[in-house]
Design a binder for this molecule. Sequence first.
Ligand code: HEM
Ligand SMILES: *[C@@H]1O[C@H](CO)[C@@H](O)[C@H](O)[C@H]1NC(C)=O
Ligand SMILES: *[C@@H]1O[C@H](CO)[C@@H](O)[C@H](O)[C@H]1NC(C)=O
Ligand SMILES: *[C@@H]1O[C@H](CO)[C@@H](O)[C@H](O)[C@H]1NC(C)=O
Ligand SMILES: *[C@@H]1O[C@H](CO)[C@@H](O)[C@H](O)[C@H]1NC(C)=O
Length: 420
Amino acid sequence: MPSTVKPGLFTGLLRILLFSTLLIAISAPSTAQAISNSSQNCPFAKPASTTASKRAIQQIPIDVEGEHEFRMPQKGDRRGPCPGLNSLANHGYLPRSGIITTLDAIVACQAVFGMGLDLGGFLSVYATLIDGDPLSLDWSIGGSVHGLLGIGSSDGLSGSHNKYESDASSGRGDAFLHGGDASTLQLNNFKSLYKLQPDPSPGNYDLNVIAEHRKATFNYSKMNNPNFFYGPFSGVIVSQAAHTFITRFMSNNTENGPVLDKAVLKSFFGVVGDSLDKLQVIPGSERIPENWYRRPDDHLLVDFALDALSLQLSMPELLSIGGNTGKVNSFTPLDIGNLTGGVYSAQRLTDPDIFVCYMFQLISNVLPDLIKTPVLDILGIVGRLVGQFILPHYSPQGCPALTLDTSKFGIYPGRQGSGF
Ligand code: HEM
Ligand SMILES: *[C@@H]1O[C@H](CO)[C@@H](O)[C@H](O)[C@H]1NC(C)=O
Ligand SMILES: *[C@@H]1O[C@H](CO)[C@@H](O)[C@H](O)[C@H]1NC(C)=O
Ligand SMILES: *[C@@H]1O[C@H](CO)[C@@H](O)[C@H](O)[C@H]1NC(C)=O
Ligand SMILES: *[C@@H]1O[C@H](CO)[C@@H](O)[C@H](O)[C@H]1NC(C)=O
């Protein structure tokens, strides 16, 4: 089993202090190990060949043959807004039907993409609760599943607008601007990302490039979508992930570290074409490239928090909750401190451990209040899922309690229901 690091406040701080070390040590088997034994980086400590063979062992190729060959989805198979999950289903790493269980997603995302079990657990538990059936633990990566009983109404990821699926995605369009379709990749969005690396060079879509794109996608929704909503979960969390995950999970692990070039980017997004003006989206064709090597180490909740916070450095609005109030360019942020009784200020959220606490508290304490159901013991169900799939990999030590006052969201016409 992969490491189940439980980041406390101390390791969080350590990670920030050693952030540059982390970047250098990215190809080491585990960042913790790389930090604790700096002699590994000393050219005199070991002959060069040992280092080379170590690298070779760390290359984790992903099998795309036999039972994991690429196949287009068939009629009835669900595919939705997430290119990661769509490609897993297209290669049989998830059931090709696109109807999966809580555990399926966690296992496949870790095995193929190196998504930490804490992060995968968090994302999949949320999907189960909000989009799926928390009794059978089935959920759909795309359209709804009839016949499933569910508090989340079993709408699937595609039906989860502003509950999971969010505005200002990196590739998907805003529901309001596309007749409710927020699941299909929009060519213009993809092009605006694609052209951030000059043609015809292979390019590398690293986190700096993604930060540029993030500014453009947020700005686009603000300037064009009168109903733009940037919620406490769908905005602050999901919308960042939809950007940082591109670099962190799609990059090929080359001998020179992670590289995400144009060909690999297009493959994972299901896009073909040799140059900007020839690009074409083929819906359902998200594909793991041949000869692709996944990241060697797991990307944990706290790593995601660090990435999300790094995006926010160049765009402070990303740490607010808000939206347009019915007109374009009317973005009105609400102060997180005010919404949480002063407990989680924007300032406090810049601590990655507190950021993860905020995520954890949203799912374990705020969500049950938002899901109104007279029939099910929703608090018990949330507790059971969190206990089974998140707590074994993440301990929320010292997380301040969170209550969220959503009554002020009334000024945002684009919020869906209570707005999450
Ligand atoms: C349990 C695991 C996962 C869940 C529940 C999940 C869910 C979602 C959802 C709801 C969206 C839509 C967000 C939006 O509208 O902005 C999304 C988008 C996205 N996801 Fe995932 N995801 C998971 C795993 C992954 C993995 C392993 C990858 C790896 C590549 C990934 C990459 C992305 C990307 C790049 C987007 C943005 C797509 C676009 O805007 O065109 N996700 N995911
Ligand atoms: C550091 O690496 C050296 C050389 O590989 C090894 O002998 C030593 O035990 C390691 N120390 C720790 C603390 O892991
Ligand atoms: C924001 O969008 C507007 C209108 O679409 C555009 O004119 C402006 O250049 C954009 N600004 C940034 C920083 O992208
Ligand atoms: C990934 O990197 C390896 C090592 O550099 C290379 O051999 C392979 O072709 C690359 N894969 C893709 C899909 O670019
Ligand atoms: C939030 O703001 C409102 C009005 O601006 C104020 O009445 C209220 O006391 C504030 N609440 C907190 C917890 O700061």
